[in-house]
Design a protein around this ligand. Structure first.
Ligand code: AP5
Length: 307
């Protein structure tokens, strides 16, 4: 398929006059051969590159005398669109390994990790009004009201780094109203990862979990112990990481999970989260790899009438 573009501003096959209206990365060259009479013009924006070819044979027989008929014709010979960054949601019961997998995913794919629980804990630590209110719900293992969580997540997703690098949303949405709010703000994920873990394993993971306040790294006393004595000495435990509280969180999770899943069923990948953290990651990694390959193929390196 050939696309013909008429540049009415140009009366000679010289690409230079176009430059004023094209992005800074525009480049051009002309064939030295007098027979070919061909000029190339290429320009790029953040997401795409378009290459144009001027061919004298296209310009010599205009269809009829119009305002544009003296203008040379450029043919799009190649257009490549850079794939959009990934937008992923990860979900699962308390301690199913969401945070652990997010660490590995962001290391490899450079997505911005947005964890609703971390945003809330930061508010609690800052002693803000929202933090004080949120803590009352978190201590009971209940969902923090939407008016606090929804805006917090929205504001984080709107920051330029998330827009540029893509995002990995962890622990949000947890109700259909949160999912609907996100959609209304225009945030649509490409993939919904669901970590599936047996219930008795979850309790053991919560009770043994420890956090490094210096690096933010998640440890487990049995499955992922700290590397050094120095790290071991500074580890902390979350205020809601007790057996009693995780049971409340599990109950809340069961009440809401189906409503959320039903909204993303077309893009959901269920991953067995009972395996070791590296095996779980290997599965997620293969899904993300495949998604990126599909993106590249779909972004269409369009070549028409190649010179
Ligand atoms: P949040 O912080 O999101 O807690 P959660 O959902 O209960 O999940 P966790 O952070 O406990 O677990 P995780 O799945 O990240 O597991 P991790 O990787 O750490 O939310 C806390 C509270 O905030 C909620 O209860 C609610 O009150 C509020 N809240 C949050 N989001 C909200 C929202 N959207 N709306 C309203 N309120 C909200 O792993 C756990 C442990 O297991 C670690 O020790 C780890 O080392 C170990 N581990 C991980 N993977 C493996 C593995 N494969 N094998 C062996 N061990 C493993």
């Amino acid at each position: 398929m050939a696309c013909i573009v008429n540049f009415s501003a140009i009366t000679q096959p010289k690409p230079q006059p176009c430059f004023a209206s094209l992005p800074a990365s525009t480049s051009s060259h002309r064939s030295n051969s007098p027979k070919l009479q061909t000029s190339y013009l290429s320009f790029a924006s953040n997401n795409s590159r378009i290459s144009l070819r001027y061919d004298r044979t296209l310009a010599v027989s205009p269809p009829r005398e119009t305002l544009l008929s003296k203008a040379p014709n450029f043919m799009i010979v190649a257009a490549a669109k850079k794939p959009e960054p990934l937008k992923i949601m990860i979900s699962g019961a308390p301690a199913s390994g969401k945070g652990t997998q997010c660490e590995l995913i962001t290391q490899k794919y450079g997505l911005v990790h947005v964890a609703a629980g971390d945003l809330l804990r930061a508010e609690v630590a800052a002693g803000s009004e929202n933090g004080r209110r949120a803590k009352q719900f978190m201590e009971k293992g209940q969902l923090v009201p939407d008016e606090i969580v929804v805006m917090m997540v929205k504001e984080r997703l709107l920051r330029p780094d998330a827009h540029k690098n893509g995002w990995l949303l962890d622990g949000y949405p947890r109700s259909s109203s949160q999912a609907t709010a996100l959609k209304e703000f225009g945030f649509e994920p490409d993939l919904f990862i669901l970590l599936d873990v047996a219930e008795d394993t979850l309790v053991e993971r919560v009770v043994g979990r420890r956090l490094d306040p210096v690096t933010g790294k998640i440890y487990h006393l049995k499955y992922s112990p700290p590397e050094t004595e120095e790290i071991a000495a500074r580890l902390t435990q979350r205020f809601d990481d007790t057996e009693e509280k995780v049971k409340l969180r599990l109950c809340t999770h069961h009440q809401n999970v189906e409503a959320v899943l039903s909204m993303y069923k077309d893009i959901t990948v269920k991953v067995n989260g009972n395996l070791s953290k590296n095996d779980v990651f290997a599965k997620i990694d293969s899904v993300l790899d495949e998604l990126l390959e599909q993106r590249k193929a779909g972004s269409g390196y369009l070549e028409a009438n190649k010179a």
